[in-house]
Unconditional design. Structure first.
Length: 293
């Protein structure tokens, strides 16, 4: 297989992790054409660490503009037939790219391939969760509903054909969270999605992952959902109320978990407005908690 693969690694103050990420790319069983690290204005030793790899890695620095800008910058600097993304705090298994390319080769209609992942604790190295659920085929409706795992860990698991990226456009720079969901949805509306049901990405849990910022999660997701449903596609439009109900249910749970009760109540009410059927679910859960007291 003579396919050029470019790897884009956005990073911001992850000098303590970036070497492991780059090493996992260099260890791939399929040769990588280029590795591009986009430093989004780090103030730690990221540049020093990356430059130890010499010509094996292209280092690009920009002012702090966010992960979407960094990914777009990396892609615009690349020349591969395929683009693979890796977050600077995550690690690939050696056969990750080879197995994804094999899935692409099986079906020319596939525009994006993802894989399973393993969450691990940074301090102990122990596995905290395995995510082997995923969907393939025409998955836009499943993605839009946000009811079940469809594409696992897009920041480090996905690989996309270059012409597909060019056709759907880059990552939305307004988003800081769920930007990968919004990007994948645009891809899935035009192309099939492939899945390798193996944990080929080690996802690091270290307490500062972007999705833990609930307020930013709400801001970004509301922008992403508005964009997703700004369409005349009837297959997507008919899912709008159900999808927004699911979104506000997720946000309500996130606010509750973080102890922000006004945000919890506001999103709980919104989820019921979009999906009144959730009332029975919430009442049964409340009753269960009372029994546990």
């Amino acid at each position: 297989m003579n396919v050029k693969v470019s790897v884009v690694i956005p990073t911001y103050n992850y000098g303590r992790f970036i070497a492991e990420a780059v090493e996992s790319v260099l260890a791939q069983t399929y040769p990588i054409a280029e590795i591009i690290v986009v430093d989004d204005g780090s103030t730690d030793d990221t540049e020093t660490v990356v430059r130890t790899f010499g010509e094996k890695v292209r280092y690009v620095r920009q002012t702090n503009e966010g992960v979407c800008s960094a990914r777009n910058r990396g892609i615009n600097s690349s020349n591969g037939d395929m683009i693979a993304f890796l977050d600077a705090d995550d690690i690939w298994l050696p056969e990750k790219i080879e197995k994804q390319l094999a899935r692409f080769a099986e079906d020319p209609e596939i525009g994006l391939v993802h894989c399973g992942l393993r969450e691990f604790d940074t301090a102990t190295g122990e596995t905290t969760a395995l995510h082997l659920e995923g969907c393939e085929g025409w998955v836009a409706e499943d993605l839009a509903l946000c009811e079940k795992p469809v594409i696992q860990g897009p920041g480090g698991s996905i690989m996309v054909r270059r012409h597909v990226f060019d056709e759907v456009g880059g990552f939305d720079r307004r988003l800081k969270i769920y930007e990968d969901w919004e990007f994948c949805l645009r891809v899935a509306r035009k192309f099939k999605v492939g899945f390798v049901p193996e944990a080929l990405v080690n996802y690091r849990s270290h307490g500062v992952n972007a999705h833990l910022n609930v307020e930013e999660m709400e801001r970004s997701t509301l922008i992403a959902w508005a964009k997703a449903f700004d369409t005349d596609d009837p297959a997507i439009c008919r899912l709008r109320r159900r999808s927004y109900g699911n979104l506000h249910k997720i946000l309500a749970g996130s606010y509750l978990q973080s102890g922000r009760y006004w945000g919890f109540m506001r999103n709980l009410i919104a989820s019921l407005w979009f999906r009144p059927s959730y009332l029975g679910l919430y009442l049964s859960r409340a009753a269960g908690r009372r029994k546990d007291l």
